[in-house]
Write a protein that binds this ligand. Sequence first.
Ligand SMILES: *[C@@H]1O[C@H](CO)[C@@H](O)[C@H](O)[C@H]1NC(C)=O
Ligand SMILES: *[C@@H]1O[C@H](CO)[C@@H](O)[C@H](O)[C@H]1NC(C)=O
Ligand SMILES: *[C@@H]1O[C@H](CO)[C@@H](O)[C@H](O)[C@H]1NC(C)=O
Length: 486
Amino acid sequence: MPAFRFLVKLVTAATAISLLSTPLFSTATTFGPIISPQNPYTGQNGLATMHGDPASSDTTPFAGPGNATIDSNRRALQSACPTLLGTSDGYIFGLCTTMFGRTPTIHLFDAQEANSLAELAIAKGNILGGVYAYVDNQDKLVLTNGDNQLLRVGKSSTNGKWALAVTDSLPLTPIPASDSVVGLAPDWQGYVWFATANGLAGYADPVTKNVIVLPLNTTGGSIEEVANSISTSPVGTSISTTFATYLLARDDATNVIKVLWRQAYDRGPARKPGQLSWGTGSTPTFFGPKSGYEYVTIVDNASPLVNLLVYRTQDGSQVCKVPLFESNNSGSENSPIGSGRSIFVASTYGYPYPALPAGAPPSQPSSANFVGGIGRVDVLEDDTKGCIVKWVNNKIRSSAVPKLSLADKKIYTFVRQTPLFPDSTSTGILDNYYYTTIDSETGSIDSKQFVGTGFIFDTVQMAGLIDQGATLFQGTITGVVRVRKA
Ligand SMILES: *[C@@H]1O[C@H](CO)[C@@H](O)[C@H](O)[C@H]1NC(C)=O
Ligand SMILES: *[C@@H]1O[C@H](CO)[C@@H](O)[C@H](O)[C@H]1NC(C)=O
Ligand SMILES: *[C@@H]1O[C@H](CO)[C@@H](O)[C@H](O)[C@H]1NC(C)=O
């Protein structure tokens, strides 16, 4: 068994009481209850967005390959595939690009061997950041291209030969050519919400083709940037900028975008090593034990320790602010996992990205070792009492966005290790990558299996996909790795 740190703390905004030996509540043995509302305009939860669903829960209803012996296979594509999404009939869409935004290409993969069946290049235009997409309820891929067109791309096969084609295009005219969409997701009425790098929030009406935008915080002088994707729930759309988290909704009478609430967070003195922007690395995560969206959570960029922040969607009030990790590993570029009352956060502090987005400010310090770490925080049943840290394991060097299977209760990720020195926190181009499952109750690693060596296997904190057939697809810098039970 790997050594790991086991912490139980009661933490509210104001107090931190150690409760090491006291059982907190009888149902504390497992996360849940599991509530995952299905958006009628997206594909199935777990498959539809990079973070599983429009709530960005980073959960999947499907069981993963588990901890039995695995069989893995790498598909070389000379490009990173940060977005892997699944269709209802068992195909995989991959949105692949050379690191940070040059010539994005959509691939259609078969789910058995991850062979690319068809591909389609997307106009690059002025794309500065990544490309985001989701699968809609017709199994079409919805994305924006570099010319700020909202596209739907469908797959079809004739005599066994697959093709991808743009079936629909809607110009997002209010977005200046110098700006680009960094996240998009449909709301529960089918309006397609988006956020741009320079802090425009907006939605497109696919029926009237009207596009409505709202600049986030122009009155304060500083432009808030958006560096992560966005999330939707029946109560609104959540966007975290490099300064604050918002809950937005459409006013039915006037069509304008209303700010339901804004909560500024501590963005710290600078970008941290292992972060891609000077601000949160989180796509906001909706979660909750009653509706599945009574809370929204992000991790801030405070120094030396980041805080997990949980807000009530109803009014933006803060449920808890929980410092996470140690000064040598406190930072997260990943969207938290959220399910029931539980949140899981992985540290990416010090992760060595091969490239940074254009315009990323210098980090302080300029680099750091990659210690890793994953922690679990639960909102207490009486949420006025805040949250508890259930466990923190500072020995897991997760190199991908961890995903929680609601079927087998395991957390799935990849772990990066230096050959010969498995406890080293330094990184190199000959590091090993391991398929790893983690017990969501204890934070201990329950299995770890070698997948590959070297930078071609670098999973660069990208999100994997678990499909209907218990197969895990994971993007790497140079393609896709497919993992299934041997
Ligand atoms: C797999 O996980 C189960 C449940 O977490 C555990 O009981 C079992 O020992 C694990 N098996 C292996 C081979 O790690
Ligand atoms: C805009 O952002 C600045 C800096 O974070 C903040 O001080 C100000 O209160 C914000 N203004 C509004 C209207 O939200
Ligand atoms: C990180 O910092 C903590 C607290 O100072 C220390 O206990 C731990 O050994 C450090 N970890 C590494 C890998 O340096």
